[in-house]
Design a binder for this molecule. Sequence first.
Ligand SMILES: [Zn+2]
Length: 204
Amino acid sequence: MNDLKDELLWTWVQFPPPPPNNMKKTLLLILFLLIPTNIFATNPVIKGLDTFEVVKDKLHQTATWHKMPAIVVCTHAPVEKEKVQKSIKFWKKLGYRFHSSVYFKESRSAEACMSDNPVGYIVIDLVTQKTFGNYDDMAITHFYIDNRTREIHWARIYLKTNVEERVLEHELGHALGWMHSTTTGHLMHKKWVHGGWKIDGLKK
Ligand SMILES: [Zn+2]
């Protein structure tokens, strides 16, 4: 048995103060966490952002892509190409569209991987100390949306090594704007151990 599987997965959303000349943008940070002991022992601190936990009873899509996102997998991302393709296929079957090219650990990935503002991309990368602080986390998804049109501009998924089954599909769900579900066995359940392959409400 893997003890980690019994731990809670928490989601947080962080809103930055609006940029001075542009009031409509909002950065949402979704953290998919495994915290073994005290949930509030430490906070995900990103300078200038407020943090609160997302509490929603119903499955909720907070924003959508208006153009097809392209998937970029960075050099150190702990996933094989097959796993990424399987996850994309999963969401395609539900009616979501992606750019046909998947940039997998190649030179063309580098620009989006290095960018602070990788517009048009869902970037998959390895976690860093900077993105996780001292957490004993599993994965995290950040996404940046236009708060007025609810358009997702970019998303960035950070994975830890040994990616468990369903984690990438779950994080892609966040990257597509989905919050958590409280339904047992649902892909978007916030607790990994109570999650599953149920897709109620996700179909486009
Ligand atoms: Zn999650």
